[in-house]
Design a protein around this ligand. Structure first.
Ligand code: WT7
Length: 690
């Protein structure tokens, strides 16, 4: 019933102007090729949708491209600006050949994202609405905050931070699990103009130290411990080690504000350093619940978020205030067809960009009610997500393909046990969603009622770039469909030449959009080299992409040395350097292999130092080295002993060959004659199962 075929598709508008990548759609004779299954939003859905037809999308999109200044300033005017932006809505140079890359939006405007996310709604009379439903790891453990209550908590923390000397432009590190205190801490920083640097609480002490050393925060905000599923993670211990490590490096952090998370650990058993460590619960409630606002320039930094690249050193992605605010709010609204009656739940952690843009800022800027879940999605069993959906009557559910696949494997009974009838929009993010997982998500979770927004974007882009608008387009399972307003994706070949129509190649973006990152913290040169030099004139995403004859976009994964494991971004170089730090490891090469649940898994080829025998114990200690240096989520799935690695005569490791060996595509090894020692390949194949 819900899958209909092409014949029934209405004729699309033609002559909507020359927007090259959409020409196929606009001018195409029929929308879809015969073999594609299209999934149409229901009449019921489109009739209430913010954007309800391809025509409506096209006219809005066309304006956003032809008149970006007008399009975005109309939207920005609906927000509060203490001082309006200057004459130019935006200025940019994304063409490296013309000098330094520089992007600015709403420059000269003074605003505050915390004010827009909280005070603005309260002033409009919505202070009594729930901002956050907090759900703990244990069923039955919960709490909630109205917009007014959330603001009070944010103000108290903001006043404290000011009191201990945190000023506009200072960095604040946040290492917290999904407690309400995490968005509270982010918003408190934003309120006083401090730059938050949230570190995902699954990162190890070494990774945390590395980030602290890079951004030199005055204070770190954490909690003593957290329960995730049946495990307890002692976060304060990790912070303690990180602070020892960073001070050895000359970066000392004066204050460690620690939230007591009683359900995981009491304060008596928490290790404590007098004078540096303070309990949140003892101090913060003493501060006033009102606080002044630091009006900041639209281009003042809002936050830093470290992400992996193709070298060992994580990159501090820097986002500024005004453009990010307008972009996250607008993408949230349209991609999820947000209405004030919605209850929204995104399963991402605030330690990643998804949690920044679509747990905290995007939803709160829209005055939405957000579910924040502390625990593991399959605890106490695989039905927990639907238990939460029913409990809070969640209408918009946004998650990652890896979770969908793992729940799919556990069987439909965990799903069908719950009603889920509140759901009306679903979302997916982090990696390409395979059509079978898409269909299960659509049919089983969503009861074939709710469109899926498969949102393609990156830490660097701030917000959605290619995404369905759920009421506008028929969907093709596995395609992220079309660009968001103001975004001009282009596909280029190796030489950087734009290719049109049905094609595949490297995905780039032409011209800036408000949510774009502005630099890599402390390393503008690396920003230019990584993102703007590979294909001059464009922002290079690092992803491969194909476009079908109807103009739909199909993301095909990273084309650089970055791997998406369960939607977590990991640089192979980081894992390699962790392995090589092990005294018994001489050399390591890590590649991604297809993984049933994680999407991609990490497969490590390891050469031991001369004379060292292979053993299970050694394998474990190598994996442990990665857990300790990066975090458990980066642990290799497989260690393949390698007496030698396939290298060219100039010494470059041929990863192409390693990928084939890892995925057992031995008949596709290709030309191995350029190897310095072609015999290495035979050896590797022979050692496959050790
Ligand atoms: C990389 C960015 C942005 C939120 C989470 C990840 C991959 C992300 C999709 C999608 C196909 C996707 C890309 C991208 N990716 N969403 N819907 N379809 N691929 O953020 O850690 O910065 O990773 O995730 O490869 O480059 P991130």
């Amino acid at each position: 019933g819900h899958l209909r075929h092409v014949e029934s598709m209405a004729t699309l508008p033609s002559g909507a102007g020359k927007i090259s990548h959409l020409n196929a759609v606009i001018l195409g004779e029929s929308l879809a090729s015969e073999e594609d299954d299209l999934v149409f939003p229901s009449q019921e859905f489109t009739s209430q949708a913010l954007v309800s037809s391809p025509e409506q999308y096209m006219s809005m999109y066309k304006r956003s491209i032809e008149d970006p200044a007008g399009f975005w300033s109309d939207i920005a005017s609906k927000f509060y600006w203490e001082v309006k932006w200057g004459e130019k809505v935006f200025s940019e140079n994304m063409d490296i050949r013309k000098g330094t890359v520089n992007i600015e939006w709403f420059k000269g405007g003074r605003t505050n994202i915390c004010y827009n996310a909280l005070d603005r709604h309260i002033q409009a009379g919505n202070g009594g609405q729930i901002a956050i439903y907090w759900e703990g790891n244990e069923p039955g453990q919960d709490g909630n905050l109205t917009y007014s209550q959330l603001l009070e908590k944010v103000c108290q923390l903001a006043n404290y931070l000011r009191d201990i000397g945190v000023r506009k432009g200072d960095a604040v590190a946040i290492y917290l699990p999904m407690l309400a205190e995490l968005p509270i801490a982010m918003l408190a920083c934003a309120r006083i103009g401090a730059v938050h640097s949230v570190v995902f609480a699954g990162f190890s002490a070494e990774s945390l130290a590395q980030r602290i050393i890079d951004c030199k925060p005055k204070v770190i905000i954490t909690c003593n411990a957290v329960r995730r599923g049946s495990k307890i993670i002692y976060l304060k211990d990790i912070v303690d080690s990180a602070l020892v490590e960073s001070s050895k490096n000359g970066t000392s952090v004066d204050v460690c504000l620690t939230c007591e998370n009683q359900s995981a650990m009491n304060r008596e058993s928490t290790k404590w350093q007098e004078g540096r460590d303070f309990w949140w619960q003892d101090i913060i409630p003493k501060y006033s619940t009102v606080s002044t606002i630091e009006w900041v320039d639209a281009e003042d930094p809002l936050f830093l978020l470290y992400t992996s690249g193709s070298t060992g050193k994580p990159k501090g992605v820097l986002h500024t205030t005004g453009g990010y605010m307008i972009y996250t709010a607008t993408t949230f609204k349209y991609a999820f067809d947000y209405k004030p009656t919605d209850i929204y739940w995104c399963t991402a952690d605030c330690g990643w960009i998804t949690g920044h843009s679509y747990v905290t800022y995007g939803p709160l800027l829209n005055g939405a009610t957000v579910v924040v879940y502390e625990g593991a999605p399959n605890y106490p069993d695989s039905g927990r997500c639907w238990d939460i959906v029913d409990k809070y009557k969640v209408t918009i559910f946004y998650t990652a393909p890896t979770l969908i696949r793992s729940l799919m494997r556990d069987g439909d009974e965990f799903v069908t046990r719950y009603s889920r009838k509140s759901l009306r929009v679903l979302g997916s993010v982090g990696e390409p969603i395979n059509p079978s997982a898409w269909r299960w998500f659509y049919n089983v979770i969503g009861g074939a009622r709710s469109p899926i927004s498969d949102t393609w974007w990156q830490t660097e882009t701030g917000g959605f770039m290619i995404t369905p608008l759920p009421g506008a387009w028929p969907q093709k399972p596995g395609s992220a469909t079309f660009p968001f307003f103001g975004v001009q994706p282009v596909i280029v070949d190796e030489k950087g030449t734009e290719i049109e129509g049905e094609c595949s190649g490297y995905l780039c973006v032409k011209n800036s959009w408000p949510g774009a990152f502005r630099t890599l913290y402390g390393d503008h040169e690396r920003y230019e080299t990584t993102y703007f030099k590979p294909f001059p004139g464009y922002y290079f995403t690092g992803d491969g992409c194909s476009r079908d004859k109807d103009g739909y976009h199909w993301l095909t994964g990273r084309v650089d040395d970055v791997i998406n494991v369960s939607g977590h971004r990991i640089g192979t170089a980081e894992v390699e350097s962790a392995l090589v730090s092990h005294p018994k490891c001489a050399e390591a090469a890590v590649v991604g292999v297809e993984h049933e649940v994680k999407g991609q898994g990490l497969y490590a080829f390891v050469t031991l130092v001369e004379g060292e025998p292979y053993s299970e114990e050694l394998r474990k200690s190598l994996v442990l080295a990665v857990r300790n240096q990066i975090g458990a989520f980066a642990a290799p799935d497989k260690v393949h002993w390698a007496p030698g690695l396939p290298k060219t005569r100039s010494g470059k490791i041929m990863r192409r060959i390693l990928r084939k060996i890892a995925s057992r595509q031995l008949d596709e090894l290709g030309d191995t004659s350029t190897l310095a020692d072609p015999g290495v390949v035979e050896q590797l194949i022979a050692l496959n199962d050790c």
